[in-house]
Ligand binder design. Sequence first.
Ligand code: BG6
Ligand code: MG
Length: 215
Amino acid sequence: MRIKAFLFDLDGVLTDTSELHFLGWKRLAEEEGINFTREDNEALRGVTRRESLNLLLKGRQVTEEQALEMMERKNGYYIELVGQMTPADLLPGALKMLDENRRIGIKQAIVSSSKNAWLVLDRLQIGDMFDAVIDGNAPARSKPYPDLFLLASKAVGVPVKECLVVEDAEAGVQAAHAAGMRALGLGPVDRVGAAELVYDSLQRHTAQEILNFFN
Ligand code: BG6
Ligand code: MG
């Protein structure tokens, strides 16, 4: 089946917010006397806010009220950092590919687990380039479940077999496959090697080249 839509993950694909998530979680961890390294942070890629907190707590028991407060606190730190983002924080090659897709009539959507997706899109000034934005506020199970991608397929009006997912997280590639979609993985093979096609990043690649590979 020919690809007619690109479903882009946001964090780690179009912009690199993982450093900002790291700084937010790190500040919380320090306040709570928990050791949290950049290496620990890698396991949080593509993972929801709640699961991120669970990983950060490393088995420490907290009440539901404490957990909610901690997630709120970290999110406050994160939002502060996102406020400093500008269009210059788009990853190399991202804007060019979004422009190209629009020019050649390929539909495109954002499919992100983040509840802050719109905030980030506004900072990057690319919100108007998408036919749909499906984010962590959707009443759906998070990746690796297929739910968010299935919602996006409906929203852009393109059948799953004609949607291509672009992801930097293992759970994202799994979610794509669970939805019956093919995937372009961005990053190391040990993370996104399950994808049908793997690139280091979008830089120096074109949408047409990707379409030629899949079609
Ligand atoms: C994903 C990020 O896109 O969104 C994760 O890769 C993040 O690192 C998740 O935890 C949830 O984000 P937020 O902004 O709702 O806390
Ligand atoms: Mg991601």
